[in-house]
Design a protein. Structure first.
Length: 285
């Protein structure tokens, strides 16, 4: 999947070996309401839109994987809604409820509040990393991570002005600073620091507090990522480096056929986004 300013695209390898691609308008909240497109406000909306687009892309690819057309119902709305609900419950339970419940039981009631909250945040980061380690053991998820790496390689080609061809993409790194993995990890790390300043109310209120501070934390994290992409500051680089290291779990070196799919999505997007036309003979825009 590729996202531009006005459109987004997806390319999927069908079971018969052909590549399906499509481009759709990006119905962005920030584009429709530019008043919210401000530093420290836009990050939360970007995060939400990325989740929605990711779910949409997975839904399309799942339909094609079972060799059903996009208009035939695919896996069916019931199964998609069920899987989405289970995913949300797992995320809330594993990364919010469990650390919030476990921290005081590990430390005891007499522990200072800031230590309690700091340990809770550390557990949240630990659970996230362990979760990625466990899912990376799955052959299917490793294949997903290979496609993730192919996306990043394709973006490196575009940003450096290289030909959009698999042979050039294979020379690129699979990590990229403006990646969702780096964004999520930075949100978690900043949450650890913010949570350490919160109090020790009842469990239900602690959970509510932690959910309520996610939007401003996401806003700050997004601005740090954007600044780090332009800055050469060693302090900023040190802050985002853990996110790049974590991408070694969420990306893998892709195969040629996966790189071809990622480049198909990128070329399809650029044709709509910028009036772009790819000329293999020229090897450039």
């Amino acid at each position: 999947m590729m996202r531009g300013r006005r459109f987004w695209s997806i390319a999927v390898r069908r079971p018969d070996g052909s590549v399906y691609s499509r481009v759709e308008p990006l119905d962005s909240f920030l584009a429709r309401h530019p008043g919210w497109d401000r530093p420290f406000l836009r990050g939360f909306f970007v995060l939400l839109e990325s989740l929605v687009l990711g779910w949409r892309a997975l839904s399309i690819s799942a339909d094609l994987a079972v060799e059903e057309g996009e208009d035939s119902g695919g896996l069916g709305w019931f199964w998609k809604l069920t899987s989405f609900t289970l995913a949300v419950l797992l995320a809330v339970g594993l990364f919010i409820l469990l650390p919030t419940w476990l921290a005081p039981r590990l430390l005891g009631e007499g522990t200072p509040v800031w230590v309690w909250n700091l340990v809770e945040g550390g557990l949240r980061v630990l659970f996230f990393v362990v979760y990625l380690l466990l899912v990376s053991l799955s052959r299917e998820m490793r294949r997903v991570f290979q496609y993730h790496g192919a996306e990043h390689q394709s973006i490196h080609l575009l940003e450096n002005g290289y030909p959009l061809e698999p042979a050039f993409a294979e020379r690129q790194e699979t990590e990229h600073l403006r990646c969702g993995t780096a964004f999520v990890l930075l949100v978690l790390v900043l949450a650890v620091m913010v949570y350490s300043f919160l109090g020790k109310p009842a469990l239900w209120l602690r959970v509510l507090e932690r959910v309520a501070v996610i939007p401003p934390i996401a806003g700050v994290s997004y601005e740090i990522i954007k600044y780090a992409d332009r800055s050469r500051s060693p302090w900023v680089s040190a802050l985002v480096e853990p996110g790049l290291m974590l991408q070694r779990l969420t990306t893998r070196r892709p195969q040629r056929e996966q790189t071809e799919v990622a480049l198909t999505a990128l070329k399809a997007l650029l044709e709509r986004e910028e009036g772009y036309r790819w000329d293999p003979a020229e090897g450039k825009r």
